[in-house]
Design a protein around this ligand. Structure first.
Ligand SMILES: [Zn+2]
Ligand SMILES: [Zn+2]
Length: 183
């Protein structure tokens, strides 16, 4: 996940190098913490020499362990990440003198003094942005019964007839009132 880009920085604007990416990074959300599992990230990265630095374009797919928000089973989410970011060097490649990157303080990504461009932070940022708030195992997941806790994908239970979603309570009261008025 780290590239020595000294050679690319010495090339002219528009110079391109492409790489296959297959890396394992630590689980950011600690879903699989303890089993030592890492997130697999794979795809393709392209580094383009710009006037100020290097433009990273990456099309990646991450396998992220997660928990279904409906039925609470472990799932393996596939998250697509498309990264477009410019990395700026902290030193001048020819003179080794420090470069002023203060035009965008605390923003953007940097190539360190050893000419190493690391894409891991960018991957983490994009993973955060692209991760679903409520991951599900399947769009047809029936979830768990709120009364008896059974996984409704695996079993039916007898609570269904009795159970009402509490969110409908107000609507039912309102409907009853209208019906009363109608009489
Ligand atoms: Zn589910
Ligand atoms: Zn039930």
């Amino acid at each position: 996940m780290e590239y020595n880009v000294a050679q690319i920085l010495k090339e002219g604007m528009g110079y391109i190098r492409e790489y296959d990416v297959e890396e394992y990074i630590d689980d950011i959300r600690h879903i699989s913490e303890g089993c030592g599992q890492k997130l697999r990230v794979a795809g393709r990265a392209r580094l383009l020499r710009t006037d100020r630095g290097i433009w990273l374009s990456a099309t990646l797919e991450a396998q992220v362990p997660d928990i279904c928000s409906r039925c609470l089973i472990y799932i393996n989410n596939t998250i697509d990440i498309g990264i477009e970011e410019e990395f700026k060097p902290v030193i001048d490649i020819e003179t080794a003198s420090p470069l002023d990157n203060d035009d965008v303080p605390n923003e953007g990504f940097l190539i360190d003094q050893n000419n190493i461009l690391s894409i891991e932070d960018a991957i983490r940022q994009y993973l955060d942005l692209n991760s679903p708030m409520k991951p599900i195992c399947d769009t047809s997941c029936k979830g768990i019964c709120l009364t008896c806790g059974i996984n409704l994908n695996e079993n039916a239970c007898c609570c269904d007839a009795e159970m009402r979603d509490p969110r409908w309570g107000d609507l039912e009261r309102l409907t009853a009132e209208w019906e009363d008025r109608g009489r």
